[in-house]
Design a protein around this ligand. Structure first.
Ligand code: HEC
Length: 96
């Protein structure tokens, strides 16, 4: 029985999909959801609806690193790998 639980946990831990998803979600909740909301459509301070965003990957990277208008720049606070995780994560919120 304990052996099965261990195998299930290990399987989950080793699955690359879950490995990427968790930190991206944590990063998003920490840095972005205050304005964009958990689902991307909160719109606080005029934050764009990420569910309906059509930006390309490179424009998203630019937006996150440099900021725009009220949105602060995260270039100094996030590592390039973290920005990439966020690009992937916010695209997964799209409902287009
Ligand atoms: C202080 C509030 C605030 C925070 C925090 C914030 N944003 Fe934004 N975001 C905005 C605002 C406001 C805009 C619209 C900027 C404009 O076009 O003037 C925006 C726009 C965007 C866009 C452009 C969408 C489009 O289609 O034009 C993306 C992508 C984005 N934010 C991602 C993020 C990510 C990822 C994070 C976390 C790393 C984040 N934002 C954190 C306020 C915020």
């Amino acid at each position: 029985m304990t052996k099965w639980i261990f195998l299930m946990l290990a399987g989950n831990f080793l699955n690359p999909a879950t490995q990427n998803e968790a930190p991206a979600k944590v990063l998003y909740s920490k840095h972005c959801s205050g304005c964009h909301g958990d689902n991307g459509d909160r719109g606080k301070f005029g934050a764009r609806n990420l569910k309906a965003s059509l930006l390309t990957d490179s424009s998203i990277v630019k937006q996150i690193s440099k900021g725009k208008g009220i949105m602060p720049s995260f270039g100094k606070r996030l590592k390039p790998e973290e920005v990439q995780l966020l690009v992937k994560y916010i695209k997964s919120l799209r409902t287009l």
